[in-house]
Structure formats: structure tokens, C-alpha cells
Design a binder for this molecule. Structure first.
Ligand SMILES: Nc1ncnc2c1ncn2[C@@H]1O[C@H](COP(=O)(O)OP(=O)(O)O)[C@@H](O)[C@H]1O
Ligand SMILES: [Mg+2]
Length: 356
């Protein structure tokens, strides 16, 4: 799928202009504060994912200093490729999504127009904390499995309740039963998703050297192969520690992906630049999984694509992105990105020039 046209009205600092987009690799270049991240956020919202920062309120998305009564933000997109659709989001006190004139739920929209978005922090899959690696599994899971986002959400809700019970030193048995059922489903699902990613990563071998081994690590688990048994046994084993610490110690909230290069932990073995390239390989492998499962190519958003990469690394990454055949929107604040693809210059929320 690809966005062939967009129009954003009253959305952050983005100028109200109708734009056409080509299907391939699009570089958006502009100085800090010009609106590159905002534009990507618009695409993220149009595809059902909501704001890039989950804590962002709708009021922050609406263009500042609009007169009372005109406080309505509209995002429009035309999508082509495997299917042609028109998508529309209106943001007022809450957001409403429409696809071809009909109201549609966010989860359905996400699977209709699969989009995978990465801010620079999200790409710290090697050097950063486990939450970035879980995020890759979660955004892939939410696209390829209908129930994934709902189950993850339910799990998090009950987990909060359990944490509150632990703090009060109350009994957690009922919460544990629900967590074991939802959590072991997530363990199985994340494990399968990672296996699919690993089977695709070889296609992007130009982005890393040596032997890379990738394993799913169940948070606080490891006592049984079978996820449900593992969860049950691990909860029993962790019971006293949980009571003492007041923190739930078993479950998907502590999952991780272990990545080894030639037998050594990747975060130690690789430089930041090498780590960034391996992260892109993981992301592109996830994009392949999405493409295979949904039979439609995802749109990829990479904010500040060049960060941490040297000249050679940039070449490899751009070539790999182009090789996917996906529509890509990448951004950079740097003045002269290499040529050979479409560059859209941005300033003060407007695209000023288009170079082919
Ligand atoms: N709701 C809003 N209305 C108008 N301008 C906004 C709004 N939210 C953010 N901005 C402006 O958008 C600019 C930041 O855009 P951003 O996309 O982060 O820039 P870039 O990614 O190109 O560095 C800031 O100058 C900020 O003041
Ligand atoms: Mg930015």
C-alpha cells in the first residue's frame, strides 16, 4: 500500500496543502522544527496508530492559535496499491476514523493500511532497553494478529491491578489467573512473531556481518517449554520475591529479545552505527512478516534516518529500504542527503521543492 495523496487541515504546524506522493522512497529534508516529525505523525494517525507519543493529547495535535469553534483538525489520505481507499480522520475532543466514508475502528484501519513508524529512539533496538525490542514485536503483532492489541491491552490493565494489590499486600490469586492466561498467549504469540522475523532477516544480510543469533526471552519465565505451564510455575517460584518487592516479576512486561553476534551480546560486540544497521535489518524483516501475513506492503516511516550512521552505513540503509519496494518516508535535518530518490524539502510546515 502507499499514500498517493495527503491533506492535513489545522494539524500541528503542517500547512493545509494537498500533496501527491510517489510509491517508493521519499526523503523529507528540512531544518529542526520544520515539521518533519509532525508530518509523519499525521500519517501515523491516518493509519490508525494515533499520535507518535502515546501520551500526547488531541489538544496538542490541533494547530495552535486557531479561533474557538474552528478547533477541528482533519486529516485526509488517499491510499493505493493492493487496494484503493480514501481515509479520513477528524480530531476534536476525540478522534474519528473513516474509510471510504464509513466509520472504522483503529485496529481495523491499522490492518487495512499497515504502517510501521520509528522515531530515532525506537530504533535503539540493540543499544537501548528491552522496551524498544518489545515495541517491535508489539507493532508487528498488532498488524499480523487480529487479537494481539486487545489482549496486550487487557493484560496491561490487569497487570496494573495486580501491582496495586501487591502494594497493598493483598491476595493476587485472581489477577494471577487472568494474567497467566493472557500472558502465556502473548508469550506464544511474541515467540512466533520473532521466529518469523528471524526467518526473514537473512534477506537483509548486507546490513550486518558475522553470525547473528536471536532468541525470545520470556520475562521471568524459563521453567517450561509450554508457555502456560511456564507462566504458572514461574509465578509460584517468584511469589515471595514479588511479595517482598511489590512488583510483578513474571510476564510479558519483562520480555526481551536476546541478540548475539558471533557469540557475544550485540550491544557489546557492535558499535552504535553497526547496531543501528542491525536494527534496520530487524525492522525490515518485521516489515516482510507484515507483508506476508497481510498480503499488502506496509508503509515505513523513519524519522531522522541518518542518526548514528556514517556515510557508508547510510548508503547501505537507504539501499536496503529501496530494495523492499515499500513506500518509505524518511526524514533528515541534514543539508545534502545523497541523490537518486525523491527529496521533498520542508520549511515551516510546508514542502517547498521537489527534486527527482
Ligand atoms: N499544535 C501545534 N500547532 C502549531 N505548531 C505546532 C504544534 N505542535 C508542534 N508545533 C510546532 O511544530 C514544530 C516542530 O515540528 P517537528 O515536526 O517536531 O519538527 P522537525 O521534526 O522537522 O524537527 C515546532 O516548531 C512546534 O512549535
Ligand atoms: Mg523531528
Amino acid at each position: 500500500m502507499y499514500f498517493s495523496g495527503t491533506y492535513f487541515h489545522n494539524f500541528r504546524n503542517i500547512g493545509a496543502e494537498r500533496r501527491k506522493w510517489p510509491p517508493g522512497f521519499n526523503m523529507i529534508s528540512g531544518p529542526n522544527g520544520s515539521g518533519k516529525t509532525n508530518f509523519m505523525e499525521g500519517l501515523n494517525i491516518l493509519s490508525g496508530w494515533g499520535p507518535l507519543d502515546k501520551n500526547s493529547r488531541i489538544a496538542n495535535l490541533i494547530r495552535w492559535r486557531e479561533k474557538e469553534g474552528e478547533l477541528k483538525t482533519l486529516l485526509w489520505g488517499c491510499v493505493e496499491g493492493e487496494e484503493s481507499t480514501e481515509v479520513f480522520v477528524s480530531l476534536r475532543t476525540r478522534s474519528q476514523l473513516k474509510c471510504d466514508g464509513k466509520t472504522i475502528g483503529a485496529a481495523e484501519m491499522r490492518r487495512k493500511i499497515p504502517v510501521l513508524a520509528f522515531l530515532p529512539g525506537h530504533m535503539s533496538l540493540i543499544s537501548g532497553g528491552a522496551s524498544y525490542r518489545r515495541r517491535l514485536l508489539d507493532i508487528t503483532g498488532a498488524l499480523v494478529e487480529m487479537e494481539y492489541a486487545r489482549i496486550l491491552n487487557d493484560y496491561r490493565t490487569v497487570l496494573k491491578q495486580k501491582a496495586a494489590l501487591l502494594k497493598k499486600r493483598s491476595d493476587t490469586k485472581a489477577a494471577d489467573r487472568i494474567l497467566a492466561s493472557l500472558g502465556s498467549w502473548l508469550w506464544e504469540s511474541r515467540g512466533e512473531i520473532l521466529n518469523m522475523i528471524v526467518s526473514e532477516i537473512k534477506k537483509f544480510a548486507q546490513l550486518f556481518h558475522g553470525k547473528v543469533d536471536i532468541f525470545f526471552v520470556r520475562g521471568g519465565g524459563g521453567m517450561d517449554e509450554v508457555a502456560s505451564e511456564d507462566f504458572r510455575k514461574s509465578l509460584i517460584a517468584a511469589k515471595d520475591r514479588e511479595t517482598r518487592s511489590g512488583i510483578p516479576l513474571v510476564g510479558p512486561q519483562r520480555d526481551d529479545i536476546r541478540i548475539d553476534c558471533d557469540g557475544m551480546g550485540a550491544s557489546v560486540a557492535l558499535s552504535r552505527g553497526q547496531g543501528r544497521k542491525l536494527a534496520v535489518a530487524l525492522i525490515l524483516a518485521a516489515a516482510r512478516v507484515v507483508e506476508r501475513c497481510l498480503a499488502r506492503k506496509p508503509v515505513l516511516l523513519f524519522d531522522e534516518i541518518y542518526s548514528e550512521l556514517d556515510a557508508e552505513g547510510r548508503e547501505y540503509v537507504i539501499d536496503a529500504l529501496i530494495s523492499t519496494g515499500c513506500q518509505v518516508f524518511a526524514s533528515t535535518a541534514e543539508a545534502s542527503p545523497r541523490d537518486g530518490f525523491d527529496i521533498f524539502k520542508m520549511r515551516d510546515g510546508r514542502f517547498s521543492r521537489h527534486e527527482a
